[in-house]
Ligand binder design. Structure first.
Ligand code: ATP
Length: 276
């Protein structure tokens, strides 16, 4: 029978923020990396976190995923406080961090089997998921190779498999496409699209605006530790021709003159001239 309460719960879940950040701040010595940000990331979307080098993206993602303790502020993921309820939150999220550290002396297949056991799956279920992930991510040929011998792209893919193994509600990826060839990028993209299609949320950081524009429905732009804009991608793009243009405007890169103007010694004319 139709249950209005159940329908209400489902609507609430869809409208609830996957990530809710309030007053999040982190300082390293005299350097403010994240300057008291507020952000509500909608659930069930493909979300991009973009910003120039040093904007604070990695620091923000590390605090959101429980890897780095904030100086102040709160983070909720799937309605749970990350720093008060870390074990519960970590069972609901998958993370592909920057500079991912893996068990280098295990093979790809051994790594996933080991993580399956840590996550408490029966051996058979862990093996079923492992085989499917290796197959989908085109890693079957490398499954018995030690991870220390994996290429950059292969490391990203096995890291993604590890982050997906327990079917998390929210997946956080720091630069998932960096160092990945176009074929592997297509594979990763396909897996992530299928995953968000089922109602899960993906939050990923990137510098590649074209990629963000083609993948994401929602975007947050960071610069110097602050959120400069956030919302559906069309809103953030506004009247600019592309997200790339809107991004340059939002992070204040448009008024910096022609890149390279300060390098008057670079180029042919002054090549022979040292001290005279
Ligand atoms: N462990 C640390 N110790 C000192 N300073 C740090 C540390 N981690 C980050 N920072 C500083 O905090 C600021 C934000 O860095 P963060 O790595 O979060 O930026 P980002 O947006 O991820 O940059 P990128 O796109 O280059 O990876 C930078 O100025 C950086 O130098």
């Amino acid at each position: 029978m139709h249950d209005p309460q159940q329908q209400l719960d489902a609507t609430d879940r869809r409208n609830a923020a996957a990530v809710r950040v309030r007053g999040l701040r982190k300082q390293f010595g005299g350097q403010v990396a994240v300057d008291g940000i507020d952000l509500d990331v909608p659930s069930g979307r493909f979300v991009g976190l973009v910003g120039p080098n040093g904007a604070g993206k990695t620091t923000t993602l590390s605090m959101i995923t429980g890897l780095l303790r904030p100086d102040s502020g709160t983070v909720e993921v799937a309605g749970r406080d990350v720093w008060r309820d870390p074990v519960d939150v970590k069972s609901r999220i998958g993370v592909l961090p920057e500079g991912l550290r893996l068990f280098e002396r295990l093979s790809g297949r051994e790594l996933l089997g080991h993580l399956g056991a840590l996550r408490g799956f029966p051996r058979q279920e862990a093996e079923r998921r492992t085989s499917q992930l290796l197959d989908t991510l085109d890693l079957v040929g490398a499954q018995h190779k030690l991870i220390v011998d994996y290429s950059t792209g292969m490391r990203k893919k096995i890291g993604l498999a590890a982050a997906l193994l327990h079917n998390p509600e929210v997946l956080f990826l720091d630069e998932p496409f960096e160092g990945v060839d176009p074929v592997s990028a297509e594979t990763i993209r396909g897996v992530l699209e299928r995953y968000t299609g089922s109602g899960a949320t993906v939050v990923f950081s990137s510098h590649v605006m074209e990629l963000v524009e083609s993948l994401c429905e929602w975007v947050a732009v960071m610069a110097v530790g602050s959120i400069r804009a956030h919302g559906p991608i069309g809103e953030v793009r506004g009247s600019a021709g592309s997200l790339h243009e809107a991004f340059l405007h939002l992070v204040g890169a448009n008024g910096r003159g022609t890149p390279g103007d300060g390098l008057d010694w670079l180029g042919g004319g002054s090549r022979s001239g040292g001290a005279e």
